[in-house]
Design a protein around this ligand. Structure first.
Ligand code: SF4
Ligand code: FES
Length: 250
């Protein structure tokens, strides 16, 4: 395959960025999207030009590091697929592909296609954990959990923290990400104990980091490579309202 790439190049957060056009020649349809970018970078290195910076780690769809907006869609055109699991057979020979970083004020560009997602780490640090003693694995296995709750918690735990939901949302809302953590922990007995403080602290941190609110356009859900359901946001809103009420009574 021969492709034309329009790639966002930006030296750092304060420098102005621009699209630069590259030719990607001799690309196999079986290559992943990131392997295609590796080939382009090898050509740039040979020419003595600066490589295109992009984030990646596991390349198996599990770490949440890859993060490209491809032809206007976070993680590209294939539903429930991370950028690293996207293959070139999903594109046509001769196609022009536009590649941009996640675009959100709370995710400033570090360089080219790499953005700073440490705001997500700070939200997790504000409450996305269980700090009470939960015992060992045998203790966990001894607690009966309703199947429906276990399934919902498991589905929410599939969130890989990639930030595609923020990039897809016109309000740059992080509510799908935060609500996935609230459900993942709060639906299990070990995480239930701290749920009130968790939801208050994580929502406050999310607002402080500058993420927007949810206006139910569902673009986050459509872009999410792990198909995290919008039901989690509805659940988080209920848990948050109860927590706020409790905190005002105490
Ligand atoms: S909710 Fe989905 S899109 Fe958002 S961070 Fe988690 S996995 Fe990524
Ligand atoms: S590189 Fe790990 S999910 Fe894509």
């Amino acid at each position: 395959m021969n492709l034309t790439l329009r790639v966002w190049r930006q030296k750092n957060a304060s420098a102005p960025g621009q699209f630069v056009t590259y030719n990607a020649a001799g690309i196999s349809p079986d290559m992943s999207f990131l392997e295609m970018l590796d080939i382009v970078n090898e050509v740039l290195i040979k020419r003595g030009e600066e490589q295109i910076a992009f984030d990646h780690d596991c390349r198996e769809g599990i770490c949440g590091t890859c993060s490209l907006v491809i032809n206007g869609t976070p993680h590209g055109p294939v539903r429930a697929t991370t950028t690293c699991q996207l293959h070139m057979r999903s594109f046509k020979d001769g196609e022009t592909i536009t590649i941009e970083p996640w675009r959100a004020a709370s995710f400033p560009v570090i360089k080219d296609l790499v953005v700073d997602r440490s705001a997500f780490d700070r939200i997790i640090q504000s409450g996305g954990y269980v700090s009470v003693s939960t015992g060992g694995a045998p203790d966990g296995n001894a607690i009966p959990i309703p199947k429906e709750d276990a399934d919902k918690a498991f589905d929410a735990a599939a969130c890989i923290g990639c930030g595609a939901c923020v990039a897809a949302c016109k309000n740059a809302s992080a509510m799908l990400f935060v609500s996935a953590k609230i459900s993942h922990l709060g639906l299990l007995p070990q995480g239930k104990v701290e749920e009130t403080a968790r939801v208050l602290n994580m929502v406050a941190k999310m607002d402080e980091e500058g993420f927007g609110n949810c206006t139910n356009t569902r673009s986050c859900e459509a872009a999410c490579p792990k198909e995290i359901s919008l039901d989690n946001i509805a659940r988080m809103n209920r848990v948050y309202a109860k927590a706020l009420f409790k905190s005002r009574l105490s």
